[in-house]
Design a protein around this ligand. Structure first.
Ligand code: GDP
Ligand code: MG
Length: 757
């Protein structure tokens, strides 16, 4: 037996699915999180029932991929019962789909969800009235609080025992047309005859393809019907009938408590501040900064001002308190150091396999694993923001600000997923119907710094914080995320004007009510992340480290060259390529080739950047590092920075080169998995190569600008400031002109495409 869960986006299907099946599917606050259907098993009925979570839809017409997936499932896979989930707080809009589902010859149960919110607001739904009007069982539930779930499944089980004949709300002249088409379909033995008949009358494109003769025969009947203001648009007529029916017969089932005049709900009050026209974006940037401060700061809440310099406790902090994320990181480093030391102690010295295991594999793996608790800490905060409903607002704010630059809120949602990992983010672009926008979004995806890139920023942040007072680690990490978003916005505009032209379609989304985040949802998400990273570390990354170690310890003549001075295969290749990166700063100096090699191994997986640095660290000596004034522990990064600083004339001059290196890694071709995903979504070799070229070019140019602007800052700060102000002013002026419509880029916008609803 199988039950299908069907309903509007965001009505709680996935939440109910998880509650029923004990599964851990991603509950998202936006449309498009569930593109494909998903199956689980419910075991608490007399027989096992397959539960199918269908993508969210507003109607059964074939306009979006979600609609097609859901429609085909309902028509072709013979579910024993459809559980139609209805968001009780948005009854009118949700029942529009219900009126279509009821036309199928399948047992239906309506689940009124979100009743907890309704209750809290003092409203209620008249179940009996709905049951009587719709002619199917109606059960009130709260998927989130697992209320009414048992009653719902029992009702569905009972309904599934007997067949049901579809019913329609279409009336008047049209009903006769529907009935005659239904007759014809029944005569041909077509299942769900009523549903097909209504679609044929609507003139539905899919119906025309599959049942051409019936539709053609109907056209003569339809020609005699007066459609008034709809001027022959039968789809419009039917939609109008459905809404009028809902308005007249069903709407009164929802009884809301009257609010005092002008008073706002709690969510509305919060939104007045958080989605404010002007303050929305600054608030978003501040919230993100707080998130990074909590994760990466070594001066938590800036308590360092109050704490004596003599304060020094391992893990907790020295002359300041570490943020929770840094404490986790320190604890993990202590653990891996202890473990590495113990293993190193029992291995024979000087053999190649000790080199491979201790200096290669363990150093490399530990440098990746060390960051995992900190990454999870970051995702904890991000998950809380997402689960509470804030991230959906971010899409809304971004839409309002940047749709004119070709970046709509709907595109922003998959991009936010890319903060976790670009692969699901790129796949989620499937929900964008507009092809140019979809292609643009895939091309922007890697600019949103993913979890695997985080160790790079954190590693540099750590070194900088140590070397320069005032350069906090969280500022370094934060700057990379902001740089990524800024470049994405600029690149989006550029793409829109050049290779991927096309308008941005209007964006309509509903903002879910804020609610306290659920510990279970968040725990599930973190657990998935942890599994994901550990799996990658154990497979792709460990494998790549071994390969890199061999390449960096053996020469082209297969001689073992452990103290690498660039004689190894990797050294030769890196040196051969490093001239390309001299203009970006980080290709300079005797160690420049190591950065180049690290950047290239990052193409396998971004974790490899620090893992490769880690294996290089295993080869470096242990002497303390001498810098001009800065204090620095001996790390691979520190040593490499020092050698670049040597060329540029001063340790601090290496900083612009390091930022250029980070920018290059942020924006260049993402990992292999993401490239494969992009290839799948772009579905064309030429388009994929265009994207790869675009990523490389963006990365190179941005890194070039970052390096030279940084050098200007180091050389003459006030000149740099003047240039900065001039450029920012120029961009702001252009943006204002563009927003006011005084600057015509490309095609004129069609009238009526206003802001997002
Ligand atoms: P889907 O798009 O239909 O799969 O919807 P989701 O299951 O992803 O849920 C959308 C949002 O609604 C999530 O933030 C859920 O936590 C929330 N939600 C789902 N069911 C309920 C409910 O019964 N009560 C409340 N308050 N929130 C719910
Ligand atoms: Mg869902």
């Amino acid at each position: 037996m199988k039950f299908a869960l069907a309903g509007n986006p965001n009505c709680g299907k996935t939440t109910l699915f998880n509650a029923l099946t004990g599964a851990t599917a991603h509950v998202g606050n936006w449309p498009g999180v569930t593109v494909d259907k998903r199956t689980g098993v419910y075991k608490k009925l007399p027989e096992k029932v397959d539960i199918i979570d269908l993508p969210g839809i507003y109607s059964l017409s074939p306009y979006t991929p979600e609609e097609i997936v859901s429609r085909n499932f309902l028509l072709d896979e013979n579910p024993d019962c459809i559980i139609n989930i209805v968001d009780a707080t948005n009854l009118e809009r949700n029942l529009y789909l219900t009126t279509q589902i009821l036309e199928l010859d399948v047992p239906v149960v309506v689940a009124l969800n979100m009743t907890d919110i309704l209750q809290a607001e003092g409203g209620r739904v008249d179940e009996a009235l709905l049951r009587q009007k719709l002619g199917v069982p109606v059960v009130s539930i709260s998927a989130l609080k697992s209320r009414g779930i048992v009653e719902l499944t029992e009702a569905a089980y009972r309904a599934a025992q007997s067949p049901r004949v579809g019913a329609t709300v279409v009336d008047g002249e049209l009903l006769q047309a529907v009935r005659s088409a239904e007759e014809t379909y029944r005569g041909h033995g077509v299942g769900n005859a009523l549903f097909h008949a209504v679609k044929a009358v609507e003139g539905d494109s899919l119906e025309r393809e599959t049942h051409a003769e019936v539709c053609a025969a109907l056209d003569t009947v339809k020609a005699t019907i007066d459609t008034g203001i709809f001027e022959g648009d039968f789809e419009g007529v039917v939609a109008d009938i459905r809404y009028r029916y809902i308005d007249k017969e069903l709407k009164s089932a929802l009884v809301r408590k009257k609010r005092a005049d002008g008073a706002l709900g709690k969510s509305d009050k919060i939104d007045k501040v958080l989605t404010h026209r002007i303050w929305g974006i600054p608030i978003f940037l501040l919230i993100m900064f707080a998130v990074f401060h909590l994760t990466f700061s070594e001066n938590f809440l800036y308590l360092g001002w109050l704490i004596p310099d003599s304060f020094d406790v391992p893990i907790i902090g020295s002359s300041a308190i570490n943020s929770p994320g840094v404490m986790l990181f320190n604890a993990m480093v202590w653990l891996t150091d202890t473990l590495g030391g113990a293993i190193g102690g029992v291995m024979p010295e000087g053999t190649w396999y000790t080199g491979l295991i201790c200096d290669g594999l363990l150093e490399g793996l530990f440098s990746v694993l060390g960051f995992i608790p900190q990454i999870l800490c970051l995702f904890l905060w991000l998950s809380i923001l997402e689960d509470s409903g804030y991230m959906a607002r971010v899409a809304f704010i971004m839409d309002r600000a940047f749709r004119k630059f070709g970046l709509s809120g709907k595109a922003f949602m998959p991009l936010i997923m890319c903060f976790g990992c670009a692969v699901p983010g790129i796949m989620a672009t499937r929900t964008l119907e507009n092809e140019p926008e979809r292609r643009r979004t895939v091309m922007l995806a890697p600019f949103f710094s993913c979890g695997a890139k985080l160790p790079i920023w954190a590693a540099f942040g750590g070194v900088f914080a140590q070397a320069f007072t005032g350069m906090n680690a969280e500022v370094v990490v934060y700057s990379m995320y902001v740089l990524g978003i800024a470049i994405a916005i600029l690149a989006s505009l550029l793409l829109k004007l050049t290779i991927v032209k096309g308008e941005t379609p209007p964006f309509i989304m509903e903002l879910p009510a804020y609610h306290a985040p659920r510990a279970k949802n968040i725990a599930v998400r973190l657990w998935e992340k942890l599994k994901h990273y550990c799996f990658r570390a154990a497979t792709v990354i460990a494998g790549a480290i071994v390969v890199i170690w061999f390449l960096s310890n053996f020469s082209f003549t297969f001689r073992y060259v452990p103290d690498d001075s660039g004689m190894s295969m990797l050294g030769m290749i890196g040196k051969g390529l490093s001239w390309l990166f001299v203009p970006l700063g980080f290709g300079m100096g005797e160690n420049g080739w190591k950065f180049v090699v690290a950047a290239f191994t990052g193409l396998i997986a971004k974790e490899m950047v620090v893992a490769t640095m880690g294996t290089f660290a295993g080869m470096d000596g242990d002497e303390a590092l001498e810098t001009d004034g800065a204090e620095l522990a001996d790390t691979a990064l520190g040593a490499m920075m020092l050698s670049i600083g040597g060329v540029l004339g001063g340790f601090s001059a290496a900083v612009p080169a390091m930022f250029a290196f980070m920018a290059f890694n942020l924006l260049s071709v993402p990992c292999m998995a993401a490239v494969a995903a992009a290839g799948g979504e772009l579905n064309s070799k030429r388009k994929l190569w265009t994207a790869i070229g675009f990523w490389m070019l963006t990365a190179y140019l941005t890194a070039l600008i970052v390096f030279w602007y940084g050098m200007l800052c180091v050389a003459c700060w006030w000149a740099a400031m003047l240039v900065g102000i001039a450029v920012a002013g120029g961009i702001a002026t252009l943006a204002v002109l563009k927003a006011k419509g005084l600057l015509a880029f490309g095609k004129k916008r069609a009238p009526g495409q206003g802001d997002a609803a």
